[in-house]
Design a protein. Structure first.
Length: 350
């Protein structure tokens, strides 16, 4: 295996979520969904985002671990809600769920119980803070309130910060369909795509202001990663093809044809430049995959925050360590704990 490819495998280890944190995120999301479904408004719930897609990362020390999901409301009980009704937003329903879930999380007779838990009203629904960090990481849950669309696939998602009755207070999305799409395909393709998304998310997180949503990076990976690609080639292809798309002014369509076109979080000219610079740097390493100094320079340029913070964290730990001098980093050797592994296969408060 070329040195560059080995370093990308090690990089995946660097951005792994602590297994205890990952387990806690899954368990707390499941608990939040269960409690929400016990309320009369909780018709059904779902998981979305990185947890069911296997693309969860912890790019640097102290990062928050979020579990994402949603509650689908009963349209029959609330015919006035959403674009298929009178455009009303679910403020009252959200308040009810906040008041319902908070005390149950803190109930000392419940196992597990979270006596410091807080449930807040967020822009899209509920934000749950459990008040119980796991190995120094705050593990939270976001629950979106949603309605099934009367016509077409997907859901109506509210924006509770918009004026009541505003037609901008609802948008169409298909979070369940996105999970289905991004976990489809042959095993090898799914694995490469999943690993590429994790690397791309870590790269995006290096910037003070990330340029892209995780969803947009995932959609690009779905579009551009093809069978037979290796991890390094897949990441470079996504960076390059996304840059070309922005350069040509072409839109990134929602692959489920439900929501609006996906746009960068920063001006498109800046986003295109950021993608192209990263693609060019990686191309330099691809051209010399066994040149230790070149590979080290490229990785330090693409993932500076991850490298610095992990080096400090690992050098301070007393856990068994394995040296990664083979990574080619200049200066102090970066250390990886042997136990970290990825398992591949507030307006209202109560």
């Amino acid at each position: 295996m070329a040195h560059l490819h080995k370093q990308f495998d090690d990089l995946l280890t660097l951005i792994n979520v602590d297994p205890d944190v990952l387990t806690a995120t899954r368990e707390r999301l499941a608990l939040a969904r269960k409690l929400a479904e016990q309320h009369p408004e909780g018709r059904t719930s779902y998981s979305s985002g990185s947890i069911p897609m296997g693309t969860h990362i912890q790019p640097h020390a102290g990062a928050v671990s979020d579990g994402d999901g949603g509650i689908i409301l009963d349209r029959v009980r609330h015919p006035e809600l959403g674009p298929d009704g009178r455009w009303e937003a679910p403020h009252a329903v959200t308040d009810e769920l906040v008041a319902f879930i908070g005390p149950r999380l803190r109930d000392p007779e419940r196992t597990p119980s979270y006596p410091q838990a807080r449930v807040c009203k967020s822009r899209r629904g509920l934000k749950i803070h459990f008040g119980a960090p796991v190995n120094g990481t705050d593990v939270t849950v976001d629950l979106i309130l949603a309605l099934r669309r009367r016509e077409g696939r997907g859901l109506w998602i509210p924006d509770l910060k918009r004026a009541p009755g505003s037609k901008k207070a609802w948008s169409a999305s298909d979070p369940q369909g996105h999970v289905e799409l991004l976990t489809s395909g042959a095993d090898a393709l799914r694995r490469t795509r999943r690993r590429a998304i994790r690397i791309l998310k870590a790269w995006n997180a290096q910037a003070t202001k990330p340029g892209f949503s995780s969803h947009q990076l995932s959609v690009w990976a779905h579009e551009f990663v093809e069978p037979g690609m290796g991890l390094v080639g897949a990441v470079h292809t996504v960076l390059l093809e996304a840059a070309l798309r922005l350069q040509h002014g072409e839109p990134t369509k929602d692959p489920r044809c439900v929501s609006a076109d996906l746009k960068p979080l920063i001006p498109e000219t800046d986003a295109e430049r950021r993608l192209r610079v990263a693609a060019d740097k990686l191309a330099k390493a691809i051209a010399a995959p066994d040149d230790i100094d070149t590979v080290a320079e490229v990785l330090e340029n693409l993932f500076p925050k991850t490298m610095r913070e992990r080096e400090r964290a690992f050098s301070a730990t007393s856990a068994p360590l394995s040296s990664t001098a083979s990574l080619g980093f200049k200066g102090a050797s970066l250390l990886l704990p042997k136990t970290r592994s990825w398992r591949e296969d507030t307006a209202v408060e109560r």
